[in-house]
Write a protein that binds this ligand. Structure first.
Ligand code: ADP
Ligand code: MG
Length: 676
């Protein structure tokens, strides 16, 4: 039995036991066999019948029951798609990619042929693609071009329980397309909504009382242990818990630990490997596998490998592992009860990443991951009282601004996309759950300030707004790209925007932090991080993307390559819009003025005490220590994002002249300068 920080054994979930699962294998025949054992299999015919008969069906089934990988294949084999495409949406790009790979393998088809995927900046489909996995955002963008979604005969909205802004808006858009097609006498649009949680009455109601198919779960009992006292450091608690499991549990009892993001996961992986080394000979060898969105696909796929006999796999994942992917072999789950969420405050217009508590539904999902193949245990690193205070369900992002929850995702990019779809009356749009009027107004105001919409008798997109909607970026960044034409610096702006829209290109290993900072110092500009990034980009190009150069300068080569790829794709969009690809050479004033045109609402002013305040909100903010401006403290700066940790930090900064701010948005700054 377990010792160490005491855990109370609380309850044992009901035993819905079936026969023990056969181990999943990559060999094809075993793969087919495993598929026949999935809970989805017995309902195959009913599902097909219902979709044929009724056009809309809702499917509920535990994670791992085969919804995402099998349902598209069933519909395809039954020819419900009638020769055209089946779209399956995923809230996360990783899920879209890994699942498409898996299904291509199951159908013995080369990826991009019969089975493909389409995510932001990457389209792996062809003429022959019939099953297309894609992110919600991509389908939404396609709907801008064709609101009737003529290309598809079936749209499967997966992971509906996640309730991201994109899924929520898609519900409305897909429902409208279905209705319009029926009205025009076109081929019907079939909709399948899939969810891992039971709270679906709402979905059914929204889709005109669509029938709900419940898949019989295959869940083994999971012992749930709560922490006896509040943990002040969940990462430390997680590590201690893992150490105890590792010392006592038999080999091949794998562990899944939930953390909130890349940094946390990478440092935990190092600690876990250290534990493995220090216990060599006394405990099974540890295979530590990180899993988060930014990880290269080959590394992500490692979590699916069966653990070799005698070893222990420890998967350290973000909430991707909650419902989007199923990892074999897990016996133990360590749940600190935290998640990183993009949160937004409609009053201040700030969009930031914050570590917040999970909901009860999420805690339940995490627990369930320990009982997929046999019984298991879940260690909750919070007390039962704390659990009682968790929210019941994940609040839909689109509504997070309401009530007192204070923050939500920025609606402005959704509002822009909806307007491009021709939906201008947002207050009356058929949202499944309506965002507050206040947050819609904040979003419209931002778009108005950016010049994307104008207020005539009704609110409508401007020519600039229409162009902005063509870019898969936050409206502020699209604006920066579009004004680059006036400053003749699109070449430079493209490089900067591409580097900003992906993962950091700085590679800062734990053990060589000082060396990394010193090596990169030569690129740092006194004008800020955007110009520093540009310096790095230019040098990288001049050395031909040389690997040694990247290593010597602690530049992340893969992220750099990704950024280049993003740049090419943004460039294609620019070409389609006839934007001239001009270079301003070393005129950094042009570049910084251009950035000001998109980010003027993120301006901060140095105060006499040496601190900053945000000009739009009058809130105190600080320069993030990673910025090249951390020491110099210029009078006025712009920032790309705010990060709330111990303080409210500005990240990715640029030095600006207050006159430029005024020129970029006279009405905004006139209003803000008035004494309050
Ligand atoms: P659901 O969508 O209901 O959560 P999935 O269709 O994603 O279920 O998964 C069904 C089963 O297929 C899982 O139990 C898992 O064992 C297997 N599986 C899915 N993706 C992979 C993969 N990339 N590698 C190996 N096995 C996988
Ligand atoms: Mg799924």
């Amino acid at each position: 039995h377990m010792h160490g920080p005491p855990y109370k054994k609380m309850k044992v979930s009901k035993n819905l036991d079936r026969k023990k699962d056969v181990s999943t294998s990559f060999e094809y025949h075993k793969l087919c066999e495993a598929r026949r054992k999935l809970p989805i299999y017995p309902v195959q015919n009913r599902l097909v019948q219902e979709v044929r008969r009724l056009n809309t069906v809702i499917v509920i089934g535990e994670t791992g029951s085969g919804k995402t990988t099998q349902i598209p294949q069933f519909l395809f084999r039954a020819e419900v798609h009638r020769g055209s495409q089946i779209a399956i949406t995923q809230p996360r790009r990783v899920a879209a990619v890994t699942v498409a790979k898996r299904v291509a393998q199951e159908m013995k088809s080369e990826l991009g042929k019969l089975v493909g995927y389409c995510v932001r900046f990457e389209d792996v489909t062809s003429e022959s693609t019939r099953i297309k996995y894609m992110t919600d955002g991509m389908l939404l963008r396609e709907a801008i071009i064709d609101p009737l979604m003529r290309r598809y005969s079936v749209v499967i909205l997966d992971e509906a329980h996640e309730r991201t802004i994109h899924t929520d808006v898609l519900f409305g858009v897909v429902k409208a397309a279905q209705r319009q097609r029926a009205k025009k006498g076109l081929k019907p649009l079939k909709i399948v909504v899939m969810s891992a949680t039971m709270d679906v009455d709402h979905f059914s109601e929204y889709f005109n009382s669509a029938p709900v198919l419940y898949l019989e779960g295959r869940q083994f009992p999971v012992n749930v242990y709560y922490s006896c006292c509040t943990q002040s450091d969940y990462q430390f608690a997680a590590l201690v818990t893992l150490g105890q499991i590792h010392k006592q549990a038999p080999p091949n009892h794998d562990v899944l630990m939930f953390l909130t993001g890349q940094d946390e996961i990478e440092s935990m992986v190092r600690f876990v490997r250290d534990i493995g080394r220090s216990l060599e000979g006394q405990a099974p060898p540890i295979i530590a596998c990180p899993l988060y969105a930014a990880l290269p696909p080959q590394v992500q796929l490692r979590v699916f490998n069966r653990t070799p006999p005698g070893a222990r796999k420890v998967v350290i994942a973000t909430n991707i592992a909650e419902t989007s992917v199923t990892i074999p072999g897990i016996k133990f789950v360590i749940d600190p009860g935290m998640v990183k969420a993009r949160v937004f405050n409609p009053r201040s217009g700030l969009d930031l990443l914050k570590v917040v508590r999970i909901s009860k539904a999420q805690a339940l999902q995490r627990t369930g991951r320990a009982g997929r193949e046999s019984s298991g245990s879940c260690y909750r690193l919070y007390t039962e009282q704390e659990f009682d205070s968790f929210k019941l369900n994940t609040v839909p992002e689109i509504q997070k601004g309401d009530l007192n929850i204070k923050r939500m995702c920025s609606l402005s990019s959704v509002v822009l996309q909806l307007m491009a779809l021709g939906i201008s009356d947002l207050i009356h749009f058929d949202f499944m759950d309506r965002p507050s009027k206040e947050s819609i107004i904040t979003a419209v105001d931002e778009l108005h300030l950016l010049g994307a919409v104008e207020k005539r008798e009704k609110i409508q997109l401007t020519a600039l707004g229409k162009q902005m909607a063509a870019f898969p970026l936050e409206p502020r960044l699209s604006k920066v790209i579009l004004v680059a034409k006036e400053f003749s610096c699109l070449e430079e702006i493209m490089s900067i925007v591409s580097l900003l829209s992906g993962e950091s290109v700085f590679y800062t290993p734990h053990k060589a932090r000082e060396e990394a900072l010193a090596a990169r110092r030569k690129f740092m500009s006194t004008e800020g991080d955007h110009i520093s990034l540009l310096n790095i980009y230019k040098t990288y190009k001049s050395v031909g993307g040389n690997k040694n150069w990247c290593m010597e300068n602690y530049i992340h080569q893969r992220n750099m390559k990704t950024a280049l790829d993003v740049r090419n794709q943004l460039r294609e969009i620019c070409d389609r819009q006839n934007l001239p690809f001009k270079s301003c050479r070393d005129d950094t004033v042009a570049i910084r003025k251009c950035l000001t045109a998109g980010f003027f609402m993120n301006a901060a002013e140095l105060q006499r005490e040496g601190t900053y305040i945000c000009l739009s909100t009058r809130r105190p903010v600080s320069i993030h220590p990673s910025s090249s401006l951390f020491r110099s403290k210029p009078g006025y700066v712009l920032y790309n994002e705010l990060i709330q940790t111990s303080k409210c930090y500005m990240r990715d900064l640029c030095v600006v002249d207050p006159d430029w701010l005024y020129e970029a948005a006279p009405s905004h700054f006139k209003r803000k300068k008035l004494p309050t």
